[in-house]
Design a protein around this ligand. Structure first.
Ligand SMILES: *Cc1c(COP(=O)(O)O)cnc(C)c1O
Length: 293
């Protein structure tokens, strides 16, 4: 068989990955669903001799499994780092930028993100944020907003709640050719990895509120950052802060979010079909209201 065919056979589709990645049968019993590992502490057979887990904040089997799944679902992702909420992911990412940084943010960013930038990080780490209409701004306008200390461009597309659409590739190209070389982050909460793959369009970080579509059942608050292979420096920093700051999700919530994510493709496909039906119907209504009397 040709190498291309072998590669294609090994490539698993989105739905298959959603069901199977991070869901290996349990080693002790072959249970197809992983047990929930509530233990905070893991026995060491000798000092430093253990099975990869020492203390629950630093690492937990359920969190590991979910992170493996998220890294696989977000196309172009190598590593996922889970947090106790989308807001905790936001706070940890912004803290990682260090003191007196500058962010260029989409002007219609999620309210909690705006609040963290303007009312928490501004006071605590001297963060300055310039809000730009990244949907309509010209290249010159985007470039003009980037400063020497601009560490990050924060994109949300579509924005919550006014659904502005940002051309991720265009903004990433501007960022990556600028001397300040800011990272490009996309909050991909609203489209989910099923409909949008920002890492394939040049983003350096994708963040999610898993609370929304990825968990999908309104019973978990959680967030995550997903990092592509060429930004392992960013992944290492966030992994360190995940443990050092400690805004980690519970094993039970990780287990629930993994279960929820197994049906992401079915739910997003249906959301898409329903949204299209509503759009078509409202276009029909618009047509009616404009029709001659
Ligand atoms: C909900 C949401 C967040 C915050 O996530 P929480 O899990 O509620 O902390 C961030 N970004 C967007 C786009 C959201 O919708």
């Amino acid at each position: 068989m040709s190498p291309a065919l072998v590669a294609r056979r090994e490539e698993k589709g989105f739905s298959t990955r959603a069901v199977h990645v991070g869901s290996d049968p349990d080693g002790a019993t072959n249970a197809v669903i992983q047990p929930i590992s509530l233990s905070t502490t893991f026995k060491q057979d000798a000092v430093g001799v253990h099975k990869g887990y020492e203390y629950g904040r630093s690492g937990n089997p359920n969190r590991d499994s979910l992170e493996r799944l998220l890294a696989s679902l977000e196309a172009g992702g190598a590593e996922a780092i889970a947090f106790s909420s989308g807001s905790a992911a936001t706070a940890t990412i912004i803290q990682s930028l260090g003191p007196n940084s500058h962010i260029v943010s989409v002007s219609d960013v999620y309210g909690g993100t705006f609040r963290y930038m303007n009312r928490v990080a501004a006071a605590n780490q001297g963060l300055e944020t310039t809000f730009v209409d990244l949907e309509n701004a010209s290249e010159d306008e985007v470039v003009a907003a980037i400063r020497e200390n601009t560490k990050l461009i924060w994109i949300e597309s579509p924005t919550n709640p006014t659904l502005k659409l940002i051309d991720i590739r265009r903004i990433a190209d501007i960022a990556h050719t600028h001397a300040s070389a800011p990272l490009v982050l996309v909050d991909n909460t609203f489209l989910s990895p099923y409909w949008s793959s920002p890492l394939l369009n040049g983003a350096d970080i994708v963040m999610h509120s898993l609370t929304k579509y990825i968990n999908g059942h309104s019973d978990v608050i959680m967030g995550a950052a997903i990092i592509p292979p060429h930004r392992s420096d960013v992944a290492d920093k966030l992994r360190f802060l995940q443990n050092a700051i400690g805004a980690v999700p519970s094993p039970y919530d990780c287990w629930l979010a993994q279960r929820g994510a197994k049906t992401l493709q079915l739910r997003m496909k249906t959301h898409g079909q329903n949204a299209l039906a509503v759009a078509n119907a409202s276009q029909g209504l618009g047509g009616l209201s404009k029709s001659p009397k």
